[in-house]
Structure formats: structure tokens, C-alpha cells
Design a protein around this ligand. Structure first.
Ligand code: IMP
Length: 181
């Protein structure tokens, strides 16, 4: 359940090779006030599972910048919509320590079974200026550790190799295959 088509497509690309099919439920989620991504995902997934009386998979994610004490973290979507990529870069002007990470928390909730949770994290750095046109959100300024280009420069294969979301969805796929097939 997401209103972000990019997130849905990334999830699909990761689950496809495992033979797991998902559909996009473009409904707005209830986002509780918390600094904990997994609590946010779990609450929204459980509420939606009850509302729609079906299994709901929901992801909450964010970008955590070390020199900003983890900001924007759970507020990444709001910060992206307000000050944007350039605003975040301005907050980091003249900072040489540019470590950051993306985190994704997944919750699979169903009206019957207990909720399952998975997470993925990718370490990296924030570039000095935006580069690349692919992807979404903060992709133009995030360079994963071990690489020399931003997620937005790298494209889909590059993103799926490194991303927090791909890591979390692969964990989910392994759990699903182990328990549901
Ligand atoms: P939410 O999970 O809907 O609260 O939104 C998370 C926000 O974090 C997105 O709107 C993006 O701004 C940012 N974000 C999360 N994952 C990514 C990613 O893979 N690339 C770029 N930005 C991301």
C-alpha cells in the first residue's frame, strides 16, 4: 500500500525473480507521530489490513544524515516536499562529514496472522550537488558506499543492487518462500 509508484515498482522488481506478485493499493496511510520507522509501518499496515480485510504490505522509509543527527529520518517525505533536495544540501553546506543512510521498514499485516516486519539499510554519503535524473526523492544526492555515482545516476539495476528497499524486500521474499509456499 503506497501512493508512491517508484516504491511500488522497486518492490515489484525485487519480488518478481522470486515469483511473488504484488498489486499497488494507492490508499493514503495513517502516519503516527514516531521517530521509529517500523512502528509507523506496523501501525499503518495493521489498520489497513483491518479496513480492507486483506493482507497489506506497507513500507516506511527515510534518509538519515549523520551530521544532522539523523534528520530528516521519518520526516523525509515532508522535508522533500518542503525544502527539497536543494534545501537539504543547504543545511549541509561546508560540511565535510557527509555520511548518511537510507532505511526501509516493511510490515506485512493480515486480518488473521501476526504482523511480520523486515528492514533494510544502505550506508553512503550525500553528494555536494544533485546528479542524475532517475528514481525519486533524495536519489540525486545519495551515493551508496562502494560506488561512485548517485542512485539517480545509476538507474534501476544499480538501485536494486544497493538499496535499503531491495534489501528489505529480499528478506521478505525469503520469509514468504519459507513459510507460504
Ligand atoms: P514515506 O516512507 O512515504 O514516509 O516516504 C519516505 C521518503 O523518504 C520519500 O518520500 C523520499 O523522500 C525518501 N526516500 C525513501 N526511500 C528513498 C529512496 O529509495 N530514494 C530516494 N528517496 C527516498
Amino acid at each position: 500500500m503506497t501512493q508512491n509508484r517508484h516504491k511500488y515498482q522497486e518492490a515489484r522488481r525485487t519480488l518478481d525473480p522470486f515469483g511473488i506478485k504484488i498489486r499497488m493499493l494507492a490508499s493514503p496511510k495513517t502516519e503516527i507521530q514516531s521517530t521509529n520507522l517500523s512502528k509507523i509501518a506496523k501501525f499503518a499496515a495493521e489498520e489497513a489490513a483491518k479496513k480492507y480485510n486483506r493482507t497489506v504490505l506497507l513500507e516506511d522509509s527515510g534518509l538519515f544524515v549523520k551530521v544532522l543527527n539523523g534528520f530528516p529520518g521519518p520526516f523525509s517525505s515532508y522535508v522533500h516536499d518542503t525544502i527539497g533536495v536543494r534545501g537539504l544540501l543547504r543545511l549541509m553546506a561546508r560540511q565535510t562529514r557527509r555520511d548518511a543512510y537510507f532505511q526501509a521498514s516493511l510490515a506485512v499485516a493480515s486480518p488473521r496472522d501476526s504482523t511480520q516486519e523486515f528492514s533494510g539499510k544502505v550506508d553512503g554519503t550525500i553528494s555536494h550537488k544533485p546528479a542524475g535524473k532517475q528514481g525519486f526523492g533524495f536519489d540525486p544526492i545519495f551515493i551508496p558506499r562502494g560506488a561512485r555515482k548517485t542512485f539517480a545516476q545509476g538507474g534501476t539495476e544499480f538501485k536494486d543492487k544497493y538499496s535499503h528497499r531491495a534489501i528489505a524486500f529480499r528478506k521478505l521474499a525469503l520469509w514468504y518462500i519459507r513459510t507460504k509456499t
